[in-house]
Write a protein that binds this ligand. Structure first.
Ligand code: NI
Length: 163
């Protein structure tokens, strides 16, 4: 396993639409392991494959105190409610901003064994699912801001989630 350097804005891979995974082989298993390790080493709670230079539809989420979640070809099935949250991104280091996210989402995808997983999420998990699936579509949270002036610098003591 290895920690992979995280791509940062304006790397063009962050703006590509990632490809669906057609077969879950050993390379996908290894990618997921490396993404989990990379996410933890960067103190993130989520990571999408394009952020480590791989344009495939794979995401990992690591909410503190919970087991990591890896989803292949994930999709948001339904969004419910709306709330304003602080959000940062490992690919836009040093900043965070307030963005609108759903209160609850329903999502589905495949786990690393190819089994379909359906989940209902709220709080940080819902936010991370929306953020990581956005990455697979080349969307960054800054796209939701009216102006880059809304970005705020991250303080050493800040606790904004990095996804
Ligand atoms: Ni991100």
């Amino acid at each position: 396993m290895a920690i992979i350097p995280i791509r940062t804005m304006p790397d063009p891979i962050l703006r590509q639409k990632a490809r669906r995974v057609k077969s879950i082989d050993k390379s996908i298993d290894k990618l997921i392991d490396e993404m989990i390790e990379t996410m933890h080493s960067a103190s993130g709670v989520g990571l999408a494959a394009p952020q480590v230079g791989v344009p495939l539809r794979v995401i990992v989420i690591g909410i503190p105190e919970e087991e990591e979640l890896a989803l292949i070809n994930p999709q948001i099935v339904r969004r419910m409610g709306e709330r304003l949250v602080n959000e940062g991104c490992l690919s836009i280091p040093g900043y965070f901003a307030q963005v609108h996210r759903a209160e609850q989402v329903r999502a589905k995808g495949l786990d690393r064994t190819g089994k379909e997983i359906r989940l209902r999420a709220d709080d940080l998990l819902a936010q991370a699912l929306e953020h990581e699936i956005d990455h697979l579509n080349g969307v960054l949270y800054v796209d939701y801001l009216e102006s880059m002036d809304e970005l705020q610098p991250v303080e050493p003591t800040s606790t904004e989630p990095l996804v």
